[in-house]
Design a protein around this ligand. Structure first.
Ligand code: IMP
Length: 218
């Protein structure tokens, strides 16, 4: 089976390829020559992962020989904030323009973005006892229907890891909110835990396991 994963993120691609069964070939957007930016205009993780998968599906439907496409979208959902930042997780700090960090040598825009987001999370939870939260990943798979090849099938799965936000940063591993997120059952952040542990229990890993179950039952 050949599936397109609607991403060019090297970290995600290697995670996905490590979890997928050997008989599934995972192609990146670069592999299929897809270069456009996809506007994530949805108001939920479900909508955004569908938008990404649908956009790439329309592209591959123009003639590429693949069996389907899947896309992921992840959000950090903080209990006392009613599930925020959720769909706005990637650029949460931009909702508070005063919170900016100067660009230094060797600091990429992405690193600055992650750092500002973490600073915002710590600030939002300052003095709060309830620091519970979860990462949630939604994956949308679009594939052709074997009995009606012109029709498509849409399947959504999700993966969740519960945990809490620390009061300060610990560790430098991973990315995004990892240095301030301690998963349930552990006493270290994702930024401190070895990548093998994170990749085993993470929201994305769990969503991918659900996707594999779906693929095995096709
Ligand atoms: P995406 O939908 O996978 O691009 O994730 C959206 C945002 O969620 C990212 O920009 C990160 O800030 C955050 N995020 C996603 N996955 C992780 C993770 O495994 N650890 C920490 N932050 C994450």
């Amino acid at each position: 089976m050949r599936l397109v994963f609607a991403s060019n993120n090297a970290h995600k691609l290697s995670e996905v390829r490590a979890i997928m069964p050997a008989d599934v070939t995972v192609l990146s957007l670069r592999d299929i020559g897809f270069e456009a930016e996809i506007d994530e205009t949805g108001s939920t993780l479900e909508e955004n992962s569908l938008i990404k998968a649908q956009t790439v599906w329309d592209f591959i439907n123009d003639g590429l020989e693949v069996d389907g496409v899947f896309a992921d979208d992840t959000g950090l959902e903080i209990d006392v904030l009613g599930g925020e930042p959720g769909v706005y997780t990637a650029r949460w700090y931009t909702h508070e323009p005063t919170l900016t960090l100067p660009m230094g040598k060797g600091v990429t825009e992405e690193m600055m973005n992650f750092q500002c987001n973490r600073a915002k999370a710590l600030r939002e939870l300052e003095g709060k006892e309830d620091r519970g939260c979860q990462f949630r990943t939604v994956i949308t798979l679009i594939k052709s229907n074997p009995t009606l090849p012109k029709e498509k099938e849409i399947i959504q799965v999700e993966g969740v890891v519960r945990g809490h936000i620390t009061t300060e940063e610990h560790g430098t591993g991973g990315f995004g909110y990892d240095p301030i997120f301690i998963p349930e059952g552990y006493d270290k952040t994702f930024g401190e835990l070895p990548a093998e542990i994170k990749n085993h229990i993470s929201h994305r890993a769990r969503a991918l396991e659900e996707l594999v179950k779906v693929l095995q039952n096709l």
